[in-house]
Write a protein that binds this ligand. Structure first.
Ligand code: AMP
Length: 108
């Protein structure tokens, strides 16, 4: 079982930001910004390459709710998903990073 599935099953503790029946948002253990939250589907999906458009639509709404809960929806944030080896994905369970709480440097 992957590490994020273990978090969903509560085998590994997490600092939950928001949860519903399909998705979980929790604080990243190694924050790269003042606010660094991960958003995952509870169902195991390897990466963005494997998510259906239907589930992605629901995940989009959930991510927007997380941004509101974090109170960064107006001030702004960066949303990232790493995909596969060249994308730098370390945990093979679809997740989006929300980075926020400060002005972030340009990436591209
Ligand atoms: P990625 O490189 O996109 O696969 O990102 C994986 C992220 O998961 C990294 O930012 C890690 O800090 C984070 N991470 C790994 N294990 C945990 C954990 N147990 N709780 C919270 N975040 C974690």
């Amino acid at each position: 079982m992957c590490i994020f599935c273990k978090i969903v099953d509560k085998e590994i503790p997490n600092k939950t930001v928001l949860e519903d029946e399909k998705f979980l948002a929790f604080e990243d253990i190694n924050p790269q910004a003042k606010i660094h939250v991960l958003i995952i589907p509870k169902q195991h999906i390897d990466s963005f390459e494997h998510v259906s458009p239907e589930l992605m639509a629901e995940m989009t709404s959930f991510i927007q709710k997380v941004a509101k809960v974090l109170d960064v929806d107006s001030s702004g944030y960066r949303l990232i998903t790493n995909i596969g080896e060249n994308g730098g994905q370390e945990v093979p369970h679809l997740h989006f990073h929300i980075l926020a709480g400060e002005k972030l440097g340009a990436l591209v």
